[in-house]
Ligand binder design. Structure first.
Ligand SMILES: Nc1ncnc2c1ncn2[C@@H]1O[C@H](COP(=O)(O)OP(=O)(O)OP(=O)(O)O)[C@@H](O)[C@H]1O
Ligand SMILES: [Mg+2]
Length: 665
């Protein structure tokens, strides 16, 4: 290399005409010595091949120093360099002044042209026949994010790696409407060779940023945001095998800067990589583990086709660390899920036996809370409540919810068994214990061993039996009739009654000591009239249950009907409600139960609606027996049996049968 500095002493610097003269001189010198000459600003590291455009673009001002150079430093090159320097410092200066007017005209038109080119909203890049950039406008500079100084005179592919302009020079053919990715912009490019006669002196690329087109821009922005915020490592490769985009996660995890890879050829970046494989095979590769730049990643690479035309490949990867992280999060949430599942199972199991006990009133809920606790213990339970309030239902639920649920639940109706049979019923007898005892028979206590015995209607147990029961409860053993030795038992006792045991103790018809033995856990079931808010729920529940049983499709009761049901005092409680609903379902000829489907005592503008049980005539009160007679008559009409009528009225079947005789019912 040989070079020489020369000060430009020309008024207005190296302007267009002067540049033309320098170019002309340089080509004349080349013709003579066959030496290519280069020019640059002093101290600039990149000398430009001397061309019109290169010189003008340097915008060398008056008194600036430029360097003229040649590649070689042989004598001919030295002569060539010196000759051009002399030309610039002497010949040009001496004939300069006469040309001032012409220069002004040329300058004006050049500046005007430059202004035009700089202000059109399209990018323009011009290269010379050696593919060096000779001209580039503002729009293009913005797009490639460079200054004029950084690009002028540079090999075009050093600036835009995927530029196709050099191919235009070799193919001599124009290209229209090609899509090119430049710096995350999508551009549409026209490329054209520049001819001087037959000779190609360069090529021009004109491009527009189509990612700016309205709508497309918005979409593009959203798309970019998605890519930018993704945790996956994403890389696009265009149809020429050049990386056109990598997202921030890619940059961060693989520790590369986007600028270092975009525009680069994947065949050079990683010739054995998955992207190259897919680029060549056009077949998707899924979930392949790779070790790259010091980290393990799992990648999926697939080809992109648009309208059946191959458009490149896209690779998405996750770091193995990310996946491990996800896995541990997943494991954690699975653990949590299992915990909640177990809790749910516990919860539903806990309530499964109680779920058929309908009602949300606080009085019922309070009772049920005690039931749940009772089911966890083996203590004796005494259930109190009017007839039909669900004493038996609750007793069964306590058993079914207790650890004994797989052992027997044995119900003994103390009111229904004749006094003389009750003992053998409870405790059994041995063969030959009495005349007619041909076989031995186990008693209810023995049958219930390991489980629960439910002593229903305990208030109706004869006093003689109460003693024996007390002994069983105290000793946890009993003797069967004719048995030789006492038998040990493990039986949980639940007793129930609708009788007022405290009054009976006063009357001496119930043993106080037995009362205390039984009343360890006490459960009081509220009468339905005290929890009217449950009526709606119960009606729904029974309609549902009875629809299935009766194969009907009743959907509900109307408003008026519900009001009547809520007004009624329900002496027979839930059992009575269930019966009335069953009757109504049978009677109803539509899908909704209306007041006409209810019994008349509920329906007529009757006693209960006035809030009083007794319909006094003109305020006159009758002797008590008159009312007793009427109520027993009503009960018998309704229930048709002493037992049922007794239950409804809270009396024993014996009392009812006695009263019926008395009143001739
Ligand atoms: N809360 C409730 N939810 C649903 N059904 C109930 C409820 N309470 C009671 N029942 C139903 O009402 C009817 C009467 O209940 P149960 O036989 O348990 O009452 P009881 O108190 O034992 O009556 P009695 O003193 O007359 O023997 C049963 O069919 C029962 O299923
Ligand atoms: Mg009962």
């Amino acid at each position: 290399m040989f070079f020489k500095d020369v000060i430009v002493k020309i008024h207005n610097g190296l302007h267009t005409r002067i540049a033309a003269m320098v170019v002309n001189k340089a080509s004349e010198i080349k013709g003579r010595y066959n030496v290519d000459l280069y020019i640059s600003r002093k101290n600039s590291k990149s000398p430009l091949a001397i061309s019109m455009l290169a010189l003008v673009s340097l915008k060398i001002q008056e008194n600036e120093t430029i360097t003229v150079s040649s590649k070689s430093s042989d004598p001919l090159s030295q002569i060539a360099v010196n000759e051009l320097c002399d030309f610039i410092s002497k010949d040009l200066v001496s004939n300069n002044s006469s040309m001032n007017k012409i220069d002004a005209i040329i300058e004006e038109s050049t500046i005007a042209n430059e202004q035009i080119i700089d202000n059109v909203p399209i990018g323009i890049i011009v290269i010379d026949s050696n593919s060096y950039i000779t001209s580039v406008n503002n729009y293009a500079l913005k797009l490639i994010d460079k200054t004029s100084r950084e690009v002028m005179g540079k090999f075009v592919r050093d600036i835009i790696p995927n530029s196709d302009l050099p191919n235009i020079i070799s193919s001599r053919e124009k290209q229209f409407g090609k899509i090119q990715h430049i710096n995350n912009h999508i551009t549409m490019v026209n490329r054209s060779p520049i001819f001087l006669g037959e000779k190609i002196i360069g090529a021009i690329g004109v491009f527009q940023d189509v990612s700016e087109i309205v709508g497309m821009k918005e979409l593009n922005e959203k798309f970019k945001k998605i890519l930018a915020s993704s945790h996956d490592l994403i890389c696009f490769v265009d149809e020429y095998g050049k990386v056109s985009y990598v997202n921030p996660a890619y940059e961060k995890n693989l520790k590369v800067h986007g600028n270092e890879v975009t525009g680069k050829d994947i065949f050079e970046l990683s010739p054995k990589g998955l992207r190259v494989k897919v680029f060549q095979s056009k077949e998707k590769i899924e979930n392949r583990v790779q070790h790259k730049n010091g980290i393990d990643i799992i990648s999926t690479v697939e080809p992109i086709f648009i309208d059946d035309e191959f458009k490149g490949v896209i690779s998405t990867s996750k770091t193995v660390d990310d996946i491990k992280d996800l896995l541990s999060k997943l494991e954690k949430s699975e653990e949590e899920l299992n915990y909640y599942k177990e809790e749910l199972i516990k919860h539903t199991r806990l309530n499964s036996s109680f779920k058929d006990i309908i009602g949300s009133s606080s009085s019922l809920r309070d009772a049920l809370t005690i039931c749940e606790k009772a089911s966890k213990s083996t203590s004796t339970v005494l259930i109190r409540g009017e007839s039909g309030t669900g004493k038996e239902l609750v007793a069964k639920a306590i058993h079914n919810n207790s650890p004994r649920k797989n052992n027997p639940f044995v119900r003994v109706n103390c009111a229904a068994i004749p006094e003389n049979l009750l003992e053998s019923e409870l405790f059994g007898y041995e063969k030959g214990a009495f005349t007619g005892a041909l076989k031995s028979k186990p008693g209810k206590f023995a049958i219930a061993n390991g489980g629960t015995i439910f002593l229903d209607e305990i208030g109706d147990m004869p006093i003689s039996m109460q003693v024996k029961l007390l002994r069983v409860l105290q000793e946890r053993e009993f003797e069967s009739l004719g048995g030789l030795s006492p038998q040990n038992i493990d039986v949980r006792v639940i007793a129930a009654t609708n009788r007022n045991l405290e009054e009976m103790i006063e009357d001496k018809s119930f043993r106080e000591d037995l009362y205390y033995r039984l009343n360890v856990i006490s459960i009081n079931l509220p009468p339905l009239r005290n929890r009217k808010e449950d009526i709606g729920l119960l009606v729904e529940y029974f309609i549902d249950k009875l629809n299935k049983k009766l194969n009907k499709t009743i959907i509900g009761v109307d408003k008026e009907c519900l009001l009547l049901l809520q007004e009624y005092p329900w002496p027979g409680n839930i059992r009575e409600l269930e019966n009335i609903i069953e009757r109504a379902i049978n009677l109803s000829d539509s899908s909704i139960i209306t007041p006409k489907d209810l019994p008349s005592f509920l329906n007529n503008n009757n006693i209960s609606l006035k809030g009083s049980l007794i319909n006094t005539h003109n305020g006159e009160l009758l002797p008590f027996e008159e009312y007793e007679k009427e109520i027993i008559k009503l009960a018998m009409e309704k229930y048709k049996s002493y037992n049922q009528a007794g239950k409804a009225l809270g009396l024993t079947h014996r009392t009812i049968s006695l009263k019926c005789k008395k009143y001739n019912i």
